[in-house]
Design a binder for this molecule. Sequence first.
Ligand code: SAM
Length: 166
Amino acid sequence: MCGSGQLLIRFAKSTPGEYVGLDYWGDDWEYSRSQAERNAALEGVQGPEWLHGSASQLPFADGHFGRVVSSLTLHEVRDADDKTVSVAAALRVLEPGGRFAFVDLFDDPCHYDGRDRVLRVIVSAGGEVESARRLSEILELRFPLNLAKVLKYAVLVAGTKSLGKL
Ligand SMILES: C[S@@+](CC[C@H](N)C(=O)[O-])C[C@H]1O[C@@H](n2cnc3c(N)ncnc32)[C@H](O)[C@@H]1O
């Protein structure tokens, strides 16, 4: 889900810690693990682990991470018919009290059966949603970013995993 690693590298630069970037890096994307590794090296960031895998079947134990972030990837997952499978998987690997932030096209009917269903899946997986807002309410999306095929339907959902819910 980390693509070229830009976001994760930015996190690693601002807050030292252990970071794992996972992506499928399929042929239909220009991103690759070597590109992420190179970008980290160029930024002087050492240590992120880069893993090939699918967001629908995360190879981590329940509650493994203190933070989980996904940017514009969950709707791209094609190995599960229901895109919310990956949303629930991301919550599964988050520790109780851990924070999550997902930006995705949750309002796009081409990908999801409505934002409310996504939020219900998050709650069922132990998430407490603190905010769910269209990206366009948070920042100005100029043309072409405001188009339906780009970021018009993008929603930022953020919250915390309930304490005691593993
Ligand atoms: C629009 S890009 C976003 C990349 C990055 N998150 C960003 O914001 O720059 C979508 C990413 O989803 C990845 N992807 C597609 N299917 C995936 C899957 N099943 N599991 C994990 N990543 C996947 C692609 O390889 C690509 O890097």
